[in-house]
Design a protein around this ligand. Sequence first.
Ligand code: FES
Length: 285
Amino acid sequence: MDYTDTLPKQRGFGETTRPDAWWLQPLAVFLGFSAFIIYSTWAALQGIHDVNETTKTGHMVCSYWFGGNGANYLSPFYSPEFWGVSPHAIGKLPAWWPAWLPFSPAFLILWVPGGFRFTCYYYRGAYYKAFWADPINCAVGEPRKTYLGERYFPLIIQNVHRYFFYLAALFIVLLAHDAWKAMWFTDEHGRQHFGMGVGTIVMILNPLFLALYTFGCHSFRHLSGGFLDTKSKSPLCGKTFDCVSGLNQKHMMWAWISLFGVGLTDVYIRLCATGHLKDIVLFKF
Ligand code: FES
């Protein structure tokens, strides 16, 4: 029997019988991602605010760390800061770094959250549509006639996602630690006071949103209990699996909230650090 007789004719690019505005979603994704990519690239390149100015503690004024009011806010784009000029820096830029090669502490770490999101199952589905039009949306004609899927190079590389998950989980711990540090304000005598500024709240919400996105990951769902044939074999895994599944159902929502959350955290700290915004300290003891 020849089944090809019964198959529908392949649609041309953009052809569809869908009556709805199917192009709206890929367009929104395209604009949202593009805005974030452009902003984060720009922000990663804007490390030093004023090379001639130093803070009271002798640290060069940088646009990714705010220390006014005794605060201690570090932009998530720059954490952990391996080589830099803020008090969070583990070391300084080594002398062997070529002078002609631009450097920003953000370069050393942004590949982790970038790689994690780039290989995320939700994001793949979204940007394959929005950027590659492959397909541009469900039941809409695509520009290619063949589909090799993710079993072949280069898309088979997307399978590194589970390893990015381990690193991304570690980043949640690091950013939570930054939020903890943001709860301590230094007075003019160098004494530390527990307190809360608007920036502290921003820095607490950021790892919280990131955690809700990260721990709803499909790879973590498998790790936490999805590998079992029956959940009852391990009640602990079963419970964890249920929690992760609950987050996983809202994975798209947390993906977007955390993406803009991390960007807005950088914006807030950058505006404070460059003197365009005044951070309000709500209380300190
Ligand atoms: S599937 Fe989205 S973060 Fe893993």
